[in-house]
Ligand binder design. Structure first.
Ligand code: 3NM
Ligand code: MG
Length: 513
């Protein structure tokens, strides 16, 4: 086994305490090895040395036959005894000492959760790091907070910046259902994850063969939400017409203040709204609706399973989600809620006002509003953050305001959409709209309905679709603002619905309709 050439992609970490009834440990590990595991780590926390060696020898026969590495957790003596590789945690022997004892031809891996630990692992001569914790896990008692797939990005950047080619895998709560999200959202353009390490999603399974195959297939295929995506060159008129032609049903989970208005806005542009907060039907809805508006403007504790179920169902059925982290900066609870949503699934579009997007991106501008030059700095920083946030989430990011910002993080311009073409990141600033839009409730939230309708009707290119939706919205807002100039917000509200309707029909050339 070459230290520089091993495959971490589907890395099984064993646990003999979670086997299904009637299946032996070696049997279960063999099923995994026979069906696509590329690396095995023997992790035994409460076993006598004699038994550990016996078990390691039995597994070593299997890994040798499959020509994959056997890695022993923590116990350097066992690794030496059976001629295997070694994985160490932060509380174990340090990698430098382990290297001295183990020699130069053995793989040494280190568990890390911070950039500092990773840099030390590089300096100490480790060959890979296992990055934790990705998601919550039942397998190990840990005080680490889950960081989600994007939590690997800092570490991948640090490895790249150090000029190291150290391999990486993520660990914690990874399974067949989230492995594609993990691969797609963990990477930065310069450096990507080499694999995932898993315990329960193989060791616990009645059919470990099938479980392993599904995991390997998930890692090795383009994420399902990417399979339909390509850059298209449609006019805004065509993109708008596609909404009317396909009349997508848009599922809303949104706040009570804007439900009625959002439904009317959806109808006005030729799409069809549906409201449901019933977990039991999400799977059915995700099959036939065009997409989901997920608006967390009115959340309570019991909404966590609601939002996560919706997210899972729409990801599972490969339908777009437009997420609106309403009021996200307002409280610690909302910030954490937003963090959780960003972590738990793939979002096609993330839309919010400036403060919401800044908070969701975990950023502080460091400049506050005031004179023009300050606001220019503010705007260019904001644009940069929107672009980075889009790349890091692999979503389209919309920042609403007097000038809207739309940034694309989905695109690669290459067939393998895991790759990302940063130089050609698509980005646009949009002017228009009306002051009056901020005088009625729902104009922010129901832009989410319009974006979702457009993205649902134009599946190939969510960025183009989002851009067209935002432009239509600004156009209608501007027009209604003109017409309601001498009236007030009440008049503006119904004129805005009319203007959306007329503009989406292509009738908005002059200001009378
Ligand atoms: N190490 P599962 S998390 C062994 O964060 C281990 O370093 C972790 O198990 C770390 O795939 C973990 O069943 C357990 O969630 C992962
Ligand atoms: Mg340890």
């Amino acid at each position: 086994m070459n230290r520089n050439d091993f495959d971490l992609s589907v890395y099984l970490v064993t646990d003999s305490g979670m086997l299904p009834d009637g299946v032996s440990f070696v049997e279960q590990v063999k099923r995994a090895i026979d069906n696509g595991v590329t690396c095995v780590q023997l992790r035994e926390k409460s076993i006598e040395t004699k038994d550990f060696i016996e078990r390691a020898r039995a597994v070593k026969k299997l890994t040798d036959a499959a020509r994959i590495p056997l890695i022993i957790n923590d116990r350097l003596d066992i690794a030496l005894a059976v001629d295997a590789h070694l994985h160490i945690g932060q509380d174990d022997m340090d990698a430098r000492t382990a290297r001295k004892l183990l020699g130069d031809d053995k793989i040494i891996g280190v568990s890390v959760s911070t950039v500092e630990e990773t840099e030390k692992a590089i300096d100490d001569g480790a060959d890979y790091v296992g990055i934790g914790l990705c998601f919550n896990t039942q397998t190990k008692i840990t005080t680490k907070m889950p960081k989600g797939p994007r939590g690997a990005q800092d570490i991948l950047r640090a490895i790249y910046n150090k000029g190291s080619n150290m391999k990486t895998c993520l660990i914690g709560g990874i399974s067949q259902s989230n492995i594609q999200q993990v691969r797609y959202q963990s990477g930065i353009p310069e450096n990507r994850l080499d694999g995932v390490a898993v315990v329960s999603c193989i060791m616990k399974q009645d059919d470990a063969a099938k479980a392993t195959m599904e995991l390997a297939r998930g890692w090795n295929s383009v994420p399902k939400w990417c399979t339909t995506i390509r850059k298209v060159n449609l006019t805004h008129k065509q993109l708008t017409q596609n909404v009317r032609n396909s009349r997508p049903i848009v599922h809303h989970i949104t706040n009570n203040v804007v439900k009625n208005f959002s439904a009317n806005v959806t109808l006005a542009i030729g799409a069809s709204p549906i409201m449901s907060e019933c977990i039991e039907e999400f799977d059915d809805l995700a099959k036939f609706t065009g997409g989901l508006v997920l608006n967390s403007g009115e959340i309570s504790q019991c909404d966590v399973p609601l939002y996560i179920s919706a997210l899972r169902a729409y990801n599972e059925h490969n339908k777009p989600i437009v997420y609106d982290p309403v009021g996200c900066p307002a409280s610690v609870y909302r910030r954490n809620f937003t963090k959780m949503i960003l972590m738990e699934g793939y979002l096609t579009v993330i839309k919010g006002n400036q403060d919401e997007i800044l908070a969701a991106a975990g950023m502080d501008l460091g400049v506050s509003g005031g004179c023009d030059s300050v606001s220019n700095i503010r705007f260019s920083k904001l644009s940069e953050i929107a672009k980075q946030f889009a790349l890091s989430t692999r979503s389209v990011v919309v920042v609403t305001g007097k000038t809207d910002i739309v940034a694309d993080g989905i695109f690669s311009g290459q067939t393998d959409l895991v790759d990302c073409d940063v130089q050609n990141q698509r980005f646009e600033c949009l002017e228009g709209g009306s002051e009056m839009m901020s005088q009625i409730t729902g104009t922010g939230c129901s832009l989410g309905s319009v974006i979702c309708s457009f993205v649902a009707a134009n599946r190939e290119d969510p960025y183009q679709a989002t851009l067209a939706a935002c432009m239509l919205y600004k156009e209608a807002g501007g027009l209604a603002g003109q017409l309601a100039k001498h009236k007030g917000p009440g008049t503006f509200q119904y004129l805005f619905l009319d203007a959306l309707n007329q503009c989406s029909l292509g009738n908005c050339v002059d200001s009378e309709f």
